[in-house]
Design a protein around this ligand. Structure first.
Ligand code: ARG
Ligand code: ZN
Length: 435
């Protein structure tokens, strides 16, 4: 999801040593509902206050979610009450919500014991660090060598490996090109449910024997984490970090841009070579939607796009997982104009969201990004469709609708995973029918 950022106030050093954790003690999350244009303007003005973050965009007759630092919380709420603008408090202490989200990880000793018995420490009951994820991928490739292949596609800015998991089984028939489905996750650091769901899907496809036909008829390319640097940073320093961790300094020590806190990193979902730096993307490094210095300036987006282009003749579906808001988004995102084949994309997506609804009743809104949210440029879904020519390209905004927002409790991983896996199975079946 998107935010209009004001950099977080508070001391975080830019030195190489790990900076101290950012605290959100007494920060509040409020939900406002502007019911006329004046109220929209009032709320927009308020969002310019230092330290205020916008989690859900401010739009007429739509709820918007705002994070308020303690320094302004009282004044903002008094202002809203005076103007008779409707609001509710979703969290009165963000730091507490952060602490409650994720159960403690086991000790080193417990971990090595788990590893000795199970071969890996991955669970779907808490959010794991990147090393656990990499270990699980290795475990899968070692234990299911006939199904799983790890394809290193590059490294992040800080040198973490990016590995695509290829899942495929069965004989390739003569002259028949098997269709492939691409799924990526974790392009935005703080959207922890996204990689967790990608790993759930991975487990279903590989470790659950009931889905063998899905992987014999279709090849799957899954990248469970694009923004590994940002993800780690969201675990160690700032739970609400969104961008990558590109720093301003070049190898020669030259500073490319302002180095104050919040100004590191590129929004990896604004860096794609499709209407790069247009509407809904920023050229300001301190913005949370900073598009980077040029299209594909970042090793993470370059690695993914190169891989997809190399396999574009086979990849028929592009899926990218984000959170939050529970939406199934259909291109285009950079324009309000509908794609020529909008109906085709909607048809498959509608079947998928209907299948999802049958699982636990969750409703995913369906439509284009501008119709449900706002216009955005340089995004991966548009690029996959526009440049790579992948007809069925979707961004899935995972749960919830704002009760927890980015801080979705870990106990929701499995239910969310099941829903999304059902939606993806529906897409897979449709693709097999079309072929
Ligand atoms: N939350 C994501 C973002 O801000 C997705 C927003 C919709 N954009 C899109 N291209 N589908 O990048
Ligand atoms: Zn996102």
């Amino acid at each position: 999801f998107d935010i209009v950022i004001a950099p977080i106030t508070g001391g975080v050093s830019n030195k190489k040593q790990t900076p101290s954790r950012v605290s959100y003690k007494k920060f509040q999350i409020i939900r406002v509902l502007p019911s006329d244009e004046d109220e929209v303007l009032d709320i927009e003005a308020m969002s310019e206050e230092p330290g205020v973050q916008v989690w859900m965009p401010i739009r007429l007759n739509k709820t918007a979610d705002l994070v308020l630092p303690p320094s302004v919380a009282r004044d903002v709420k008094r202002f809203l009450t005076q103007r008779e603008i409707n609001f509710i408090v979703l969290s009165s202490d963000l730091e507490r919500s952060i602490h409650k989200q994720n159960p403690k990880s086991p000790s080193i000793n417990q971990k090595s014991e788990l590893k000795a018995t199970k071969g890996h420490v991955m669970t779907w009951t808490r959010y794991h660090r990147y090393q656990d994820i990499l270990d699980y991928l290795m475990y899968l490739s070692e234990n299911y060598p006939h199904l799983v292949e790890l394809l290193p596609i590059g490294k992040t800015v800080e040198g973490r490996p990016l590995k695509v998991v290829k899942i495929s089984s069965g004989q390739t028939r003569e002259n028949v090109v098997k269709p492939a489905i691409w799924i990526d996750a974790g392009i935005h650091a703080r959207e922890w449910i996204s990689p967790a769901v990608a790993l759930f899907i991975l487990r279903q496809l590989v470790e659950n024997k009931s889905y063998r036909t899905l992987i014999s008829e279709i090849d799957w390319y899954i990248l469970p984490m694009i923004n590994a640097d940002g993800y780690e940073y969201s675990h160690t320093v700032d739970r609400l970090w969104r961008k990558s961790r590109r720093t301003a300094a070049t190898k020669s020590g030259r500073t490319l841009w302002d180095v104050s806190y919040g100004c590191e990193g590129v929004d990896l979902n604004r860096n794609w070579d499709w209407h790069w730096a247009g509407v809904g993307a920023s050229q300001d490094p301190c913005s949370d939607t900073f598009a980077g210095s040029h299209a594909f300036s970042e090793p993470e987006t370059r690695a993914v796009s190169d891989f997809i282009l190399d396999h574009r003749d086979r990849i028929q579906v592009y899926l990218t997982l984000h959170s939050y808001s529970q939406m199934w988004l259909v291109p285009w995102s950079h324009t309000k104009k509908l794609a020529d084949d909008y109906d085709d994309m909607m048809y498959l997506a509608r079947q998928a969201t209907e299948a999802i609804q049958k699982v636990h009743g969750s409703h995913y809104q369906l439509g284009t990004t501008p119709s449900l949210l706002y216009t955005t440029s340089g995004c991966s879904d548009d690029w996959a469709k526009g440049k790579a020519g992948i007809k069925y390209s979707y961004t899935i905004e995972l749960p919830d609708k704002g009760m927890y927002g980015f801080l979705l409790p870990a106990e929701k991983i499995v239910t969310t995973g099941k829903e999304i896996f059902t939606g993806i199975k529906s897409i897979a079946k449709s693709i097999l029918k079309i072929n």
